[in-house]
Write a protein that binds this ligand. Structure first.
Ligand code: SF4
Ligand code: FES
Length: 266
């Protein structure tokens, strides 16, 4: 099959970008979307042109590196599918596809389809951990985990940090990502000692970045390739109120949250 691609080309963060049109021939329906871009890039390199930059690592839907917008949809048209797991059999011969990077102020474009998602790293740094004693591995049954808590934590842990939720949200909010990371550890007995501090610090770190506020559009849930549910956002809000009461803190007061370099002087 043949495809026409309109791809966002941008040299770096400070240079203006534009769409460039390419035609890709001999696309197999069994190729993944990224393999189809590999074919395009080999052709571009062969012609002495710059290949299209896109991020990837596992190509198995588990690392969260890949992701861009295809025809207005983060990760493309298949529900619960990362772009690396999206296959060309879901497209038709002659299709015209528009590829562009995540559009969000908190995710500046690094090059072409690659964006800087280090804002997510700073949210994780603020509280995405537990404190555990070092030494020999504890007895497996020493801490009992209720089945319901284990299931919730496992569901939340499937968030791969891809950023599609932010790209889909009209406010570019990061609530679905942050709620998944907080729910993961707050659900488990091992996460209880730092539960309140984690909730307050990660939410504060999120507020320090250039994300917008959640206004319940639910586009994030629809775009999420891992099916992270909106109910985790409701859980985060409940935990935030609980933590503010327990710690006698304003919900968004910042204590030891890493700061975005752009906000260091404010
Ligand atoms: S919540 Fe879903 S869309 Fe958002 S970063 Fe996690 S996996 Fe990606
Ligand atoms: S490359 Fe790892 S999730 Fe797509």
């Amino acid at each position: 099959m043949k495809l026409n691609l309109r791809i966002w080309r941008q040299k770096d963060t400070d240079t203006a970008g534009r769409f460039v049109t390419y035609q890709v021939d001999e696309v197999s329906p069994d190729m993944s979307f990224l393999e189809m871009l590999d074919v395009l890039n080999e052709d571009l390199i062969g012609r002495g042109e710059e290949p299209v930059a896109f991020e990837h690592d596992c190509r198995e839907g588990i690392c969260g590196s890949c992701g861009f917008v295809i025809n207005g949809m983060p990760h493309g048209p298949r529900r619960h599918t990362t772009v690396c797991q999206l296959h060309m059999r879901f497209f038709k011969d002659g299709d015209c596809l528009t590829l562009e990077p995540w559009r969000a102020q908190a995710f500046p474009v690094v090059r072409d389809l690659v964006v800087d998602r280090s804002a997510f790293d700073r949210i994780i740094q603020a509280g995405g951990y537990i404190t555990a004693p070092t030494g020999a591995a504890p007895e497996a049954g020493a801490i009992l985990v209720p089945k319901e808590a284990a299931d919730t934590a496992m569901d939340a842990a499937t968030c791969i940090g891809c950023g599609a939720c932010v790209a889909a949200c009209p406010n570019a909010a990061a609530m679905l990502f942050t709620s998944a990371k907080i729910t993961h550890l707050n659900s488990l007995p091992q996460g209880q000692p730092e539960r309140d501090e984690r909730t307050l610090n990660m939410t504060a770190a999120m507020a320090l970045e250039d994300f917008g506020s959640c206004s319940n559009h639910a586009e994030c849930e629809a775009a999420c390739p891992k099916g992270i549910p909106l109910e985790f956002i409701a859980g985060l809000n409940r935990d935030l109120i609980r933590a503010a009461f327990h710690r006698h803190r304003e919900p968004l007061a910042v204590v030891a949250a890493p700061r975005h370099p752009a906000h260091e002087d404010t």
